[in-house]
Design a binder for this molecule. Sequence first.
Ligand SMILES: NC(=O)c1ccc[n+]([C@@H]2O[C@H](COP(=O)([O-])OP(=O)(O)OC[C@H]3O[C@@H](n4cnc5c(N)ncnc54)[C@H](O)[C@@H]3O)[C@@H](O)[C@H]2O)c1
Length: 390
Amino acid sequence: MESTNMKIGIIGAGAMGSGIAQIAATQEHTVVITDTHRSALDKSQKGHAKILARLVEKGRLEQGQDHEILRRISYSTNLNDLAECDLIIEAVVENLAVKKEIFKNLSDLAKPDAILASNTSSLSIASIGAAVEDASRVIGIHFFNPAPLMPLVEIIPAISTAPEVTKKAKEMIDAWGKTTVLAKDTPGFIVNRLARPFYGEAVRIYEEGLADPATIDWAITELGGFRMGPFTLMDFIGHDVNYAVTETVFKAFYFDPRYRPNFTQKRLVEAGWLGRKTGRGFYNYAEETDNPQPQKDEELGQHILWRILVMLINEAADALYLNIASAEDIDLAMTKGVNYPKGLLAWANEKGIAHCVETLDRLQSEYGEDRYRCSPLLRKMARENTTFKL
Ligand SMILES: NC(=O)c1ccc[n+]([C@@H]2O[C@H](COP(=O)([O-])OP(=O)(O)OC[C@H]3O[C@@H](n4cnc5c(N)ncnc54)[C@H](O)[C@@H]3O)[C@@H](O)[C@H]2O)c1
């Protein structure tokens, strides 16, 4: 299979499917995008025309290139139109039954050597693959939102995926100019697993009354160098979406207290305070003047930053310990997928492994909660006085 001029199929013309279709067509592939709703396809087509025209205006595409790219994309309500595709990427609603039904149909209609991929954020690739007669050609290819702008793509082989399929999928997505990382088929893959404490520990600090959202966001952005604070980010993602992911990850990890959701966010969802999209979440977007100003206390800010950071570092170390990904891919995933200012393992080296262990042990002894248990890898490294090899 050549990685140039292939036929790419996309299922689901929503935010992710449309973005992935745009990338593939820009890479000179022929693209067929399908959706059960004609209205979604129309919206996607209009969206493509508008975005591509804007890229011409900005000089990122040459005059006329937008029309060429658009001509390579066809929009269809018929799944059978994917019969000739070399790679099919599914990006429909996050519902296992719906996805399995689609993959069952693909099993019969796709070319026998076509790679069948899912863009799922949280479902197991093995369970999706089980719907296909030849599960060895099913793989996870997880883009980030907005797909054309975010450089990271997680490649997730299931236990049933053929190594050759993993290799080909990685080569194809690398050829699209993306940064690919390999992740084990476990809940949240790399990014959505490692990022849990960014939200969870921030809310916990707020619940304890240590600081308000504005102060925590200030510490994380101004002192930590993150682009967005956790409360601003949760409001941006939407609490319905963010809370659902937290709950899914918690259940998927057999109720490990490290991933326990919180009542604060649950109440926001119940009240319909979903964030930016409803005008109110942790912050009020209708009356911005209502929002409190951060308490810019450097000592408090550093304390907050370190408590969240050490929990993120612990997740990253544990993911390495459990072979979820390589050290290099773990750090690449967080810098390229969610714009962290530094890789978490590199940050751990800089802060000192022993310092991380001391902080986690102190938190665990103070709270008596398993949530703060230190990764065995960090403990071993502190004992042996080693650092992460990156
Ligand atoms: N939005 C994100 O930030 C993001 C990021 C990474 C991955 N994902 C994953 O990508 C997938 C799609 O997410 P999205 O945000 O683009 O969703 P979306 O709701 O914007 O779009 C989903 C589309 O799928 C269509 N659809 C539903 N059932 C279908 C079916 N049976 N056959 C064909 N089309 C069908 C819908 O009409 C809709 O147009 C999900 O699995 C999600 O978890 C989302």
